[in-house]
Design a protein around this ligand. Structure first.
Ligand code: SAM
Length: 218
């Protein structure tokens, strides 16, 4: 691991991997982006997964952030855009490990075929109702204890989340971000245990939100 990367996002590097990709990357910037990044970073640090699955690689922004938060974590990321593979390669090189594996293809086909076991998922692929729902279901079938879902303020993704929780009622929402995109964390844990987790993390979320709402011009 290149420890120079620990805790520091190199935005010149982010700009390079995002070149020509338009919006959509977690580190691209946008309304309340700082708030969302701190949320995702805090959740990763609280859960400390040793293995992650990502659906929707784009330009490997999440992979980069996750490897900064969790230098030892192994990541398998499923993307459909061939440029995603180059971005993953660049992040592996930047971090100085080979811990990120990319699987190219339609996640609805590739994820069920993959036999890995994962501690946590980041679901951020196709945002239409059917794809979002099936991506969530494919994670649940792998019995992943924590599933983090991005962009739940998009109506289709929100509907997919509600439908998913109706079918897989063992998953409960334990955290929800308050930024413009909306990130939710689902857990298989007992609600009592999750309440304790919340007591630990909420003061942090609250203080970060307060400082951003009052000091960040966004
Ligand atoms: C919002 S972006 C992901 C951003 C990325 N997760 C991040 O954190 O920076 C969504 C990505 O999902 C990909 N995608 C859409 N449908 C897909 C599918 N069926 N299978 C795999 N990837 C898909 C798109 O190509 C796009 O790059």
């Amino acid at each position: 691991v290149n420890h120079e990367n620990s805790g520091v996002i190199d935005f010149n590097f982010v700009e390079k991997i995002n070149q020509g990709a338009g919006e959509g990357g977690l580190l691209h910037g946008g309304p309340n982006q700082t708030l969302q990044l701190l949320f995702v970073f805090t959740v990763l640090k609280a859960i400390m997964p040793r293995s992650l699955i990502e659906i929707g690689t784009h330009r490997a922004n999440f992979c980069y952030l996750a490897k900064i938060a969790l230098p030892e974590c192994k990541i398998t990321t499923f993307g459909i855009d061939p440029k995603s593979a180059q971005a993953v390669e660049a992040v592996n090189e930047k971090i100085g490990t080979r811990d990120i594996e990319v699987v190219l293809g339609n996640s609805l086909e590739t994820v069920p075929l993959h036999e890995g076991k994962f501690d946590m998922a980041w679901v951020d692929g196709g945002h239409d109702f059917n794809t979002a729902l099936q991506d969530l279901e494919n994670c649940a079938k792998k019995v992943i204890p924590f599933i983090m879902v991005d962009d739940i303020r998009m109506p289709d993704v929100q509907r997919a989340l509600v439908e998913f929780m109706r079918i897989f009622s063992e998953y409960k929402i334990v955290w929800m971000s308050s930024d413009a995109r909306g990130t939710v964390v689902l857990s298989l844990g007992e609600i009592e245990e999750m309440t304790l987790w919340n007591q630990f993390t909420h003061p942090f979320f609250y203080s970060v939100q307060k400082s951003i709402l009052f000091e960040d011009p966004e």
